[in-house]
Structures are given as structure tokens and as C-alpha cells.
Design a protein around this ligand. Sequence first.
Ligand code: ADP
Length: 407
Amino acid sequence: MSSSRDTRILVLNSGSSSVKYQLLDMSDSSRLAVGLVERIGEETSRLKHTHVESDTTREWSGPIRDHEAALKAVAEELAKDGLGLDSPELAAIGHRVVHGGQTFTAPTVVDDAVLAEIERLIPVAPLHNPANLTGIRTAQTLRPDLPQVAVFDTAFHTTMPESAARYAIDTATADAHRVRRYGFHGTSHAYVSRATAKLLGKAPEDVNVIVLHLGNGASASAVRGGRCVDTSMGLTPLEGLVMGTRSGDLDPAVIFHLARVGGMSIDEIDTLLNKKSGLIGLCGDNDMREIRRRVDEGDEEAQLAFDIYIHRLKKYIGAYYAVLGRVDAVAFTAGVGENASPVREAAVAGLEELGLAVDSELNAVRSDRPRLISPEYARVAVAVIPTDEELEIATQTYALVGRNTHQ
Ligand code: ADP
């Protein structure tokens, strides 16, 4: 047993009404348990827990009052599998924190000052940081002696130059309200850009990659030699690509127009752009599987939604090609990027002059492994890289605390 001492990391992703978790053993990066608590605060909360080694899943439904009750329930499930939070093998708990502002450029061991700073950032991440904070505080009460590490969604993007990070608005106003482009999905962009370099058999420092994280939320990033130089999400996750329910880029005057002419309130416009736009706003569906099914049946509304989605994606590929100057690879990841071959094919179609092409046969292969889908002659590699944000959070957490526990 001593060989695996202090090598376990619990990863917690605390949302406003859910907690996702994974327990990993970093001696071989394997998963020991994975699970999810949903609908926290409702009568019909649900817990689903899987013990990986025995391949057993337990599901449970009933009222879970708050995050503290949720984490206690998780701790009980882990203990049933002999993986309790009191185990000396647990080295740390890694927390996904959405917004680290300009302060947090790397994973950080949590102390009171760190908690205060995450709290100070709530105005720029009102939906996410409060839940992330609750998760950390609750975990602290369960294991006060254990390092809690915050891993920020924004951290990977803090290397963006000011020319990419600043909006062209009055500087004093921007600074007073911390208005700038922060970017999100950073853990995924970091993981995928590194995994792409590995797939090419190169060091991350030697590779320029355009990463396309296409899930329900979607973002693109331009990564030069392992460092992010631009990304499509901005002050909030609303900017950039067309997403499942978010509009992505639009003329900001659309908002004034909807308020002045359409009589809508700021909150109504916020909901419209974040929850009722993007694919769902365009065609009533935000699941790419359903949209493709409708396209295949000749549905024009679904076709137009798909075309708008692809047009925006292609514009970002072109823009980041120009930002990087030289591109070694374009990497597709997340639910749509990993699974929707028509999206990959359409996004790259017509870009042969840029050295980009997709091999239809390779593109059609279904696999959960990193793989190339470009033909051998293509100058730029096109890759599909399954993202693994939990492993990345665990890796970063372990790198930070592993040193101390292995002296
Ligand atoms: P989230 O942003 O919620 O983490 P995911 O990365 O899990 O999202 O992506 C979810 C989306 O992936 C779904 O809404 C759906 O559009 C898309 N998706 C999942 N599986 C497939 C598939 N087999 N084919 C096409 N699209 C898929």
C-alpha cells in the first residue's frame, strides 16, 4: 500500500445545483470513482456514484438540502468503496473555479486570502464563483487538514497579450469595472493543446495549435508554443462561437436596440442571449445529433442553424491562423468536436489553400482516443482530442501538492 500513499486526488466541480466529482490515483492517472449529485436543494436530488474497479454504480434519489449535505453524501459513497475522505492516501482536493480574474495565473493552494479574492471576483462571474466557493468551504469543513487547490478556468488564458485581452473601449472605464477578455474552458484548452503536441510527437513549446472546444458551451483558442495568445470567450462565456444556447459574437448595439425598440429589460436580454439563442434560438434544438438528423431529412431551419454555426467556426479558424502565422494543428474537442464528424468536415472544407483538409474515412472513425483525421499530404494536422478536464485538474493539483507530500 505504501507505494500508492498520498497519490489520490479528489476533483470537485461544484455548480449552483450540482456537484460532479472524480477520485483519481495519480501514480498511474487512473480513475477510482466518478459521480454526480444533481438538483441540490430540491426534493428530488439525485446522486449517481460509480466505483470504477468493480464497475458498480449506485443511484440514489431524495432531498439533498445543500452543498454540505451533497459532499457528505459523496463522502459516504466513497467510504462504502473503501475510498473515504479520511484516507491517508488522499493528497488533496482539486476544485474547478471558473473565474480567477487577472490574479490567478496558475493553480493555487487555498487559504483565506485566496478565498477572499475568489469572492471579490463574484461580480464578473455571478453564476459560477459563488457555487465554486461553497464547494471549497464545504470540503474544508470535511478535511480541514488537507490542501484544497483551486484550478481556474481562466488561468490558461492569462498569457494573452494586452492586444488580445483588451476591448477597444475607454481604458479608465474598463479598468474601473475589470472589463477585459478573460476566456474560459482554459483547463480543456491547456490539456488539448498539450495532447495535440504529444500526438504529433513534439514538445508543446514547438507546436502552434488552434483548439476548438465545441460542447454545449464552445470556444476556440490560439496556442503558440504551449501558451494561449487568443481565445474566443471574453468577459463572460457569451462571446465568440455560436453555442448550444448562446449567441456568441454580435453587434453590441443589438442590445441597445432590443432595449429601446424591443422594450426588453437587461435581464430579459441576458436570458435571451445566454439561454435562448445559438442553435436552440435558431432552430429549437441545441443537440447537434438532433440537428444533423433534421438536416439529413431536409429540414431547412436546422440546415440554416448548422450553416451559421459552421460559418462562425470557420471565421475563427481563419482569424487564429492569422494570429498564429504558422499553424501545426487544428484540434477538435468536447461533445460536438469529438463526435460530430459533419461539423469537423464542414468547418475545414475549402481551406485547402491554408494546408487544411480532412480525410473522410479517418473522420468517420469513432474512437475515444486522440487521433489524426487529416490526409497524409496535408500541411496542417487536423486532430480529434477527447478532452479530460478532471484529469487536468488532478494533474495540476498533484503537481502543486505532490512535492510536499513526497519529501
Ligand atoms: P458541456 O458544454 O455541457 O460540457 P459537452 O462537451 O458534453 O457539453 O457536449 C454536449 C453536446 O455535445 C451535446 O449538446 C451535443 O450537441 C453534442 N454531442 C454529444 N454527442 C454527440 C454525437 N454523438 N454527435 C453529435 N453531437 C454530439
